[in-house]
Design a protein around this ligand. Structure first.
Ligand code: UD1
Length: 368
């Protein structure tokens, strides 16, 4: 009989949930794996957290740390303070972290110092932009992790360049795309199109929450101006992340945007609604990392409101294009998509719905 393999899995914020869901399922194939799910509570609103657990069939977390929002130091420190006694009590064989949020790096620091091996799912992505908090989280997490599970060959290269041993790097594919493929039958568009008065391919889907786009009044105003200009040609659907709503209100921009006849502002959407809106959109405008990958997987054009991306495969092989956040550039590239032939792409290697199974297999073999 195999010795029990106890794995503590950590999630904290919205983009983590679609990455952990298929892994929790893959563990169930192995009777000797004992999996414990920890939710740090970095995201806590129902619309930013609970809805994803329900829709993605993620088990209720075994432990909820309730850290909430704060500055980077406060949030990271709160996760560390709450996670350390938990690990001392649980004594797992392994900690699994996903993505690049503050909870990811905080859990990694604690586990490493307790000499517990760490597996990082979605390792090796680099924007080479250290003004992005996520880039710091990625670099630190990868430098400390024992298993680095990557989604693309460029990530393998980045890790090699940073001196990570080849034996630690495992190119397995993309667990977020596992989730997308597993749930692609559930299309909520019929209901949404009535609710938001839309027709397929006749609207642009917008998501935005990066501090670089929403925390500066001039930048956010410029993006809003661009969207207001674009709505003369196409309806805009824009679910507001809590940070974005807060900043629109703080800069007195909310009413200006909300009063436009063809801009539909909504609360944050669940996974299935968001994916359905992406799937039927003419194009997507976003600063999200995950949505750059999801649009590539479903073949919908994506304009990314950033000057760099840690996911270059979505540009070289997928439907993504970097446009930055200057209003004239956003308008120019969106107009080009409205009148021209959009870029087509292909599904990147190993984005085939089986990444989580590969991860579980590697872990089981290594701990045998
Ligand atoms: C975090 C991640 C980012 C990820 C994003 C997805 C870090 C450094 N950032 O950014 O990588 O792309 O999540 O959403 O980890 N708030 C609520 N309810 C919530 C959560 C947040 O109202 O459930 C509000 C709070 O006012 C908070 C603000 O949103 O101050 C920002 O939340 P925070 O977790 O600090 O960062 P995100 O911008 O969400």
């Amino acid at each position: 009989m195999l010795k029990t393999l106890k794995i503590v899995n950590v999630v904290g914020a919205r983009p983590n949930f679609m990455k952990i869901a298929p892994l929790m399922k893959a563990y169930r194939q192995y009777t000797h794996i004992r999996s414990v799910l920890v939710h740090t509570g970095q995201h806590y609103d129902g619309s930013m957290s609970d809805v994803f657990f329900e829709e993605l069939g993620i088990p209720t977390p075994d432990v909820f740390l309730g850290v909430g929002s704060g500055t980077h130091a406060q949030q990271t420190a709160r996760v560390m303070l709450a996670f350390e006694p938990l690990l001392i009590e649980q004594k797992p064989d392994l900690v699994v972290v996903v993505g690049d949020v503050n909870s990811t790096v905080a859990a990694t620091l604690v586990a490493t110092k307790l000499l517990i091996p760490v597996a990082h799912v979605e390792a090796g992505l680099r924007s080479f932009d250290r003004t992005m908090p996520e880039e710091i989280n990625r670099v630190v997490t990868d430098s400390l992790s024992d298993f680095l599970f990557t989604t693309s060959e460029d990530a393998n290269e980045n890790l090699r360049r940073e001196g990570i041993l080849e034996e630690k790097i495992h190119f397995v594919g993309n667990t977020m795309i596992d989730t997308l493929l597993a749930l692609s039958k559930h299309d909520a568009f019929d209901t949404l199109k009535r609710k938001l008065s839309l027709s397929a391919r006749d609207y642009a889907y917008v998501t935005m929450h990066r501090p670089s786009n929403v925390d500066d009044k001039e930048v956010l105003q410029g993006i809003c101006d661009a969207l207001i200009c674009l709505q003369e040609r196409i309806t805009i659907v824009w679910p507001l992340h809590p940070r974005t709503r807060k900043m629109l209100e703080q800069f007195s921009l909310y009413d200006y945007v909300a009063s436009q006849s063809k801009i539909r502002l909504t609360d944050p959407l669940g996974y299935l609604e968001s994916l359905s809106l992406m799937r039927h959109a003419k194009f997507v405008l976003t600063d999200s990392g995950g949505i750059q990958e999801e649009t590539t997987a479903i073949g919908v054009p994506c304009l990314t409101l950033r000057n760099n991306t840690e996911r270059p495969i979505t540009i070289h092989e997928g439907t993504n294009e970097l446009v930055g956040n200057a209003p004239h550039r956003i308008i120019e590239r969106a107009m080009a998509l409205l009148s021209g032939t959009p870029k087509t792409g292909r599904m990147p290697k190993l984005w085939d719905g089986h990444a989580a199974e590969r991860i579980a297999r590697v872990l089981v073999q290594k701990f045998r």
